[in-house]
Design a protein around this ligand. Structure first.
Ligand SMILES: *[C@@H]1O[C@H](CO)[C@@H](O)[C@H](O)[C@H]1NC(C)=O
Ligand SMILES: *[C@@H]1O[C@H](CO)[C@@H](O)[C@H](O)[C@H]1NC(C)=O
Ligand SMILES: *[C@@H]1O[C@H](CO)[C@@H](O)[C@H](O)[C@H]1NC(C)=O
Length: 239
């Protein structure tokens, strides 16, 4: 029997398929077990989430994207970080004051004011030099100074506006320390009564950023609905 062109094609395809399958099973047999994920940097928002009572600070860390910045910076070998985490209660007492309105830039600064760019174990607050520098910026008078005094085991933080004790250690691993504070640290630059900072934008509360987003989404929804109704009408008229 003569081998026709068709048969040749079939044989070629079949052998190709055979080698293909063989190759696949060989490689899948060789595929190593997936490598275990290397331990990532500590995630501040997760740690605070586990600790409870920090939902407003977590929201602020996320909405200002400071949480992502911290994740990146803690991943690289550096001096570590120290974070003063105000409780939800601390924020609610701030809200009742007349000074709860801040603009977007001030909101980022306020969050960064709670972050010190080095790891400071509790015992080391005794030897830090005042004013301590935070990630919010300059520590000069009227800017973002943060002073610390230690008496016995009590570490007291002073901003010029706020005076509060370090109320407890939430987390410390030699690179990252997170301490509880029962008051929001109010930097002079934002909260001083005679601050040269621009007047806060009205109508924007500290954490209520998504109220505007929600109403925007709603208006887009209504807009789409109107467009849909319009096209249905146009379609009906064209019949
Ligand atoms: C941490 O750094 C490693 C190596 O540079 C990188 O592969 C990884 O994606 C980083 N993780 C985060 C969360 O930034
Ligand atoms: C912080 O300490 C420095 C140096 O002791 C002092 O000059 C400054 O007035 C203090 N500021 C506040 C806000 O306590
Ligand atoms: C407010 O600041 C201005 C300019 O910095 C200064 O001249 C004035 O004395 C301050 N007023 C009060 C009440 O501190």
């Amino acid at each position: 029997m003569a081998i026709t062109k068709q048969n040749l094609g079939l044989i070629f395809s079949l052998s190709f398929l055979f080698f293909f399958l063989l190759h696949c099973s060989a490689t899948s047999a060789q595929a190593p077990a997936p490598a275990p994920m290397p331990p990532g940097p500590p995630d501040v928002t997760k740690i605070l989430g586990k600790a409870g009572q920090y939902s407003i600070f977590i929201k602020l860390l996320k909405s200002t994207r400071v949480s992502y910045r911290l994740l990146g910076e803690l991943n690289n070998t550096g001096n570590g970080k120290t974070i003063f985490a105000p409780t939800d209660k601390a924020f609610s007492s701030l809200k009742s004051s007349a000074l709860h309105s801040v603009n977007d830039e001030q909101r980022v600064e306020l969050v960064l004011y709670h972050v010190v760019p080095t790891y400071v174990p509790l015992s080391q607050f005794l030897i830090v030099s005042n004013p301590m520098r935070t990630e919010a910026g300059e520590s000069g008078n009227g800017e973002f100074p943060l002073n610390v005094t230690t008496v016995g085991k009590t570490v007291t933080l002073m901003t010029g506006q706020t005076k509060t004790d370090v109320a407890g250690t939430i987390y410390a691993d030699g690179k990252l320390a997170i301490y509880r504070v029962d008051q929001v640290l109010q930097p002079l630059k934002i909260f001083a009564r005679n601050s040269s900072a621009p007047a806060p934008a009205p109508g924007k509360s500290l954490v209520g950023g998504d109220v505007g987003e929600k109403s925007e989404a709603l208006s887009i929804g209504i807009h789409n609905l109107a467009l849909f109704a319009l096209s249905v009408t146009t379609f009906a008229l064209s019949l």
